[in-house]
Design a protein around this ligand. Sequence first.
Ligand code: BG6
Length: 511
Amino acid sequence: MAEKKIKDQALVIFGASGDLTHRKLIPAVFDLYMQKSLPDNFAVLGVARSEMTDDAFREKMKEGVIEFASMKTTDEKIINEFCSMLHYVSINTSDSADYGKLKQRLVELDEKSNVKGNYIFYLSTPPSLYPLVPSYLAEQGLNKEEDKIRRIIIEKPFGTDLQSAIDLNKKLYENYDEDQIYRIDHYLGKETVQNILVTRFANGIYEPLWNRNYIQHIEITAAESIGVENRGKYYDNSGALRDMVQNHLLQLLAVVAMEPPMSIDASAIRNEKLKVFQAIRHYSDSELITNVIRGQYTEANVKGKYKKGYRNEADVAPDSRTETYVAMKLFIDSWRWSGVPFYIRTGKRLPTRVSEVVIHFKPTPQTLFIDNPEFRNDGNQLILRIQPDEGILLKTGMKIPGTGFNVKNVNMDFHYSDLANSYIPDAYERLILDCMIGDASLYTRADALESTWGFVQPIIDFWKNNPDAPLYGYPSGSWGPDCADSLIEGKEQTWRYPCKNLSDDGIYCEL
Ligand code: BG6
């Protein structure tokens, strides 16, 4: 259950000299500061190997705040005031002997900033340190809650396969209870992902239709137009299945497919999501071949600019068979979803950056309005747009004014940008605040995490044991391998090809 008032506390960030801290974490804390959401007494302690003074750390973070915070201000005094709460200590994070120095620094912070021994430890480090840092903290007694806050936030990737995820959970449990462990999945922090719960459970009209009787199929897309950028080293050992499907896409699936929770609290919500993960049908090898498609982007000119193929990206093996695209059809074997296919896809270097869920309702049983070349009676679509142009769109049949009964599909849409207060908090802002409050609803529990790895593990194994299994090339800037279209059953059914603007779709919209 969430605590009411946020206790005074310090946020201790491991990996403080890294990209995530500078681009996401500190800007998110700054946004909380601007909205007066931080506790009365608060401090940040950055921890990393590089030698840096507090002042040098503040200077670096100031640049991050100016460039990346959502709450923009030109008032340098405000930014400096915020930065005065930031501190830094350099230790060798993989050497347990150095943690005494960290503890000493925390004791000093307690005195200086009155954070009362309450600490959140944020691990934004290479994953190899995930088992180590928490146990070195424990050696210093920094895991002991008693009446204090002692929580750890762990970034993805949480494991690289099922066994490593189980091992990491076990290792953490040696010194921490489950309710001290916050496994982050930034998709769950997105305002529009939480709005899926509100759409479903705050409206009487959707839920009666939200099942196998009225829904024909569901699509979930997370498309990106960027390539692997400078993350080739990580990505070539990961691929889209581990990077996006095991976590973000399956979390989205759970939010769309879960039963109504008994209340909006962490354990009720997470119990329902777990049931979805447990009900996802696992593939046999032969089913996998027809239901999972992987692809890799190849070189192409995109909007007049040359884009390298994946194999020519920095730190990627020239003969790499790592997938940058995955599409799959899956089933949830539950009372509600029996027989309803879910199609999920994600990829890099697709035509646009868009994440959305498309609910395809069944068509009317009879096509009354025949002779309508413009109208295909293939069911209403409800589109829940996660990003960009956040909003909701319902495609519905409407009579074209005039003689006869000509029908046309029209859009009924709501865009967040139409709200008077259209500030959408960044995912990290929401998630860090939730952890400070002690609300883990939007974090992943160990059982759910292991369940999602359990689903992807046979796919990982199959690709590992069958390196010649098809890996389709697709030109950068296209919607992925053509054969992904054939996953979707039904006459003339394909994926929706979304555009930047929620209301538009079609293959040619992003010219
Ligand atoms: C991250 C992945 O978790 O999510 C990245 O590691 C991906 O590869 C990113 O680019 C996508 O997040 P968003 O919020 O931009 O959709």
